[in-house]
Design a protein around this ligand. Structure first.
Ligand code: AMP
Length: 467
C-alpha cells in the first residue's frame, strides 16, 4: 500500500513525500484509515514505529477538512504527551506534515516562561500539543479553552501513568467535550491502561503492530556482564574501539547521568547529560548538539529520554538497567527506528541480575550474553541493593539474588588471599551460572588472570582516545 490511496489529501501527501517516506509503516497503514473514519483507537505501538505520523497525518486531514471560517479559532485538536521533548517533537511533526495547510499549532510545556505561550494561544491555534501539568496551569489561568476539542490524542499513555500524571489527565478530561474522537497510544498494556481506555474511549478499534510487550524486533540486544566499578571503563573502551559517533547511554539516576557524562569527558569523549533537573534550555541544547554530532555521547535518564526521536541512532547502551522492565523496551526503542538496524547493549553487574531476569520475563526470552575479554566479572563481589540507585552501608546488605539460586557465589569472602583461591575455583561456574554467558575465545587462564584486574585509571583510558 502506498500513501496515495490511504485517504490523505494532496497537500499532506506532498509533505509526506518531502520527508522521503515511500510507504506507510504498519501502524500508519492500520491507524490512518480508521482515524479518518472518525473512530476511537487504542493503539499498541512502540516508539520508532512511525506512530507520531500515524495520528498526526489523519488528525491534520480531519481538522483541515472541516476547517472553520476565519476569525474565531478554537482549539480543535489536543495532543497530550508525557514529556517536554516528546511534546516538542510531536509539535515539529505537526508543523512538518502540515506545512502546506493553513493550520496553526502550538506546543506548551513547563520549564519555560508561560507568557509567550499565552500570547500564542490568544492569537488562535487549531492544534495544541501539551504536557499535562502546564496544560492545567493554563486551564487554571483561563488562558486555554478546551471546550471545542474534537480530537484528543494521548501519546505514550503508559508513560504518563508511570510518571504519575493520571490525576492531571483526569482533570483535563473534565474540561473536554464528551462528544469527541480519542486516540490512545501506548507501548505497553497494563491493567491501568486498560482501565483508562475503558473510561476514555468509545468502542475503540484495537490496533497493535508489535507483539504485546515485545522489544522492537530489528534491535539486536546483548548483555555484557561487567563489574560495576569497571562499567565506565568498558563503556569508554567500546565507544572508542568501535569508533561509535552517536551513542545514547542510559543511567538510572540524574546524579549518575551527570557523573558519567563528566567521566566520559575526562576519557576524551564529548558527552552531555539530559535529565529532569536540567533546565529546558539545557535539555534542548544537549539534544541539538547530540543530533548534530557535536556531542558523541548523550547520557540520559528514562524520563528525559522518553520520546527522543533521533534518526537512525545505531547504539543504545544501558549503563544501568532500569528498575521498571517496561523502561527497557522504551529505551531500546530509541534504536532500530522505522526499520533501521540498531543495537542495544546492556552493561550488567551482579546487583542487576534480578532486574535482568525481570526484563527477560517481560520479553519472554533470554537476551544474549557475551563476556568481553579483559572485563570478566569478579565472582567475589557481592550483590548490593540498588534501591534508589544507592549503595547499601559498606556494601554489606543482604544478597539480592539468593532467590535466584546463585547465592553460593556471593558467599565468597572478600579477604584478598582467600579471594584469589575462590576466584580460581569459581571463575568458570560463576561466569556461567550467574550470567549464562558465551565466552568464546577466552581461555581459562586468561579469565582468571583478568578477573582480578583493577579498573583502569582515567588517564589510561584517556590515552586510548588521545584525551
Ligand atoms: P515515531 O515512532 O513516530 O517516533 O517515528 C519514528 C521515525 O520514523 C521518525 O524519525 C519518523 O520521521 C520516521 N517515519 C515515520 N513514518 C515513516 C515512514 N512512513 N517511512 C519512513 N520513516 C518514517
Amino acid at each position: 500500500m502506498s500513501f496515495n490511496n490511504i485517504g490523505l489529501s494532496a497537500d499532506i501527501l506532498r509533505a509526506v513525500s518531502e520527508q522521503g517516506y515511500n510507504e506507510p509503516t504498519p501502524i500508519q497503514r492500520q491507524a490512518i484509515p480508521v482515524v479518518l473514519k472518525g473512530k476511537d483507537i487504542l493503539a499498541g505501538a512502540q516508539t520508532g514505529t512511525g506512530k507520531t505520523a500515524a495520528f498526526t497525518l489523519p488528525l491534520l486531514e480531519l481538522i483541515h477538512e472541516h476547517a472553520q471560517g476565519k476569525g474565531n479559532r478554537p482549539i480543535r485538536a489536543l495532543v497530550i504527551t508525557p514529556t517536554r521533548e516528546l511534546a516538542a517533537q510531536v509539535g515539529e511533526s505537526v508543523s512538518v506534515y502540515g506545512k502546506h495547510l493553513p493550520l496553526r499549532s502550538a506546543v506548551i510545556f513547563g520549564g519555560v516562561k508561560i507568557n509567550a505561550q499565552i500570547d500564542k494561544l490568544r492569537h488562535g491555534v487549531d492544534i495544541l500539543i501539551a504536557t499535562p501539568g502546564r496544560l492545567l496551569d493554563h486551564a487554571h489561568q483561563r488562558t486555554v479553552d478546551l471546550s471545542k476539542i474534537e480530537i484528543l490524542v494521548l501519546d505514550e499513555a503508559d508513560r504518563m501513568l508511570d510518571m504519575g500524571f493520571i490525576h492531571d489527565i483526569r482533570k483535563v478530561m473534565k474540561l473536554l467535550p464528551k462528544d469527541r474522537q480519542t486516540l490512545l497510544f501506548s507501548a505497553t498494556y497494563s491493567n491501568e491502561i486498560k482501565q483508562l481506555a475503558n473510561d476514555l474511549l468509545n468502542e475503540p478499534e484495537l490496533i497493535e503492530v508489535a507483539r504485546r510487550n515485545t522489544a522492537a524486533e530489528k534491535v539486536a540486544q546483548v548483555v555484557y556482564p561487567v563489574d560495576k566499578n569497571r562499567k565506565r571503563e568498558l563503556l569508554s573502551h567500546m565507544i572508542g574501539a568501535n569508533n561509535w559517533q552517536q551513542v545514547l547511554v542510559f543511567t538510572r539516576t540524574k546524579h549518575g547521568a551527570n557523573r558519567l557524562a563528566q567521566q566520559l569527558e575526562k576519557d576524551g569523549l564529548t558527552a552531555a547529560a539530559i535529565h529532569g533537573n536540567k533546565s529546558q534550555g539545557a535539555r534542548t541544547r544537549a539534544l541539538a548538539a547530540f543530533k548534530s554530532r557535536d556531542v558523541r555521547v548523550l547520557v540520559a535518564t528514562d524520563i528525559a529520554a522518553r520520546g527522543l526521536d533521533i534518526d537512525q541512532l545505531p547504539h543504545v547502551i544501558n549503563f544501568e538497567l532500569p528498575n521498571v522492565p517496561e523502561d527497557y523496551v522504551h529505551r531500546i526503542g530509541r534504536t532500530g527506528r522505522a526499520g533501521n538496524e540498531g543495537e542495544a547493549i546492556s552493561l550488567v553487574c551482579v546487583d542487576e541480575l534480578k532486574l535482568l531476569k525481570d526484563i527477560e520475563k517481560l520479553l519472554k526470552r533470554e537476551i544474549r550474553k557475551e563476556v568481553i575479554p579483559g572485563y570478566e566479572v569478579d565472582p567475589s563481589i557481592k550483590a548490593e541493593s540498588i534501591q534508589n540507585g544507592r549503595k547499601g552501608r559498606n556494601g554489606r546488605q543482604a544478597n539480592n539474588f539468593k532467590s535466584s539460586g546463585s547465592s553460593d557465589e556471593h558467599k565468597t569472602r572478600s579477604k584478598p588471599n582467600k579471594r584469589k583461591q575462590a576466584v580460581k575455583r569459581k571463575s568458570k561456574e560463576t561466569q556461567e551460572s550467574l550470567y549464562k554467558t558465551s565466552n568464546k575465545g577466552v581461555s581459562k587462564q586468561q579469565r582468571s588472570k583478568t578477573i582480578n584486574k583493577k579498573p583502569a585509571k582515567p588517564n589510561r583510558v584517556a590515552a586510548l582516545f588521545g584525551g
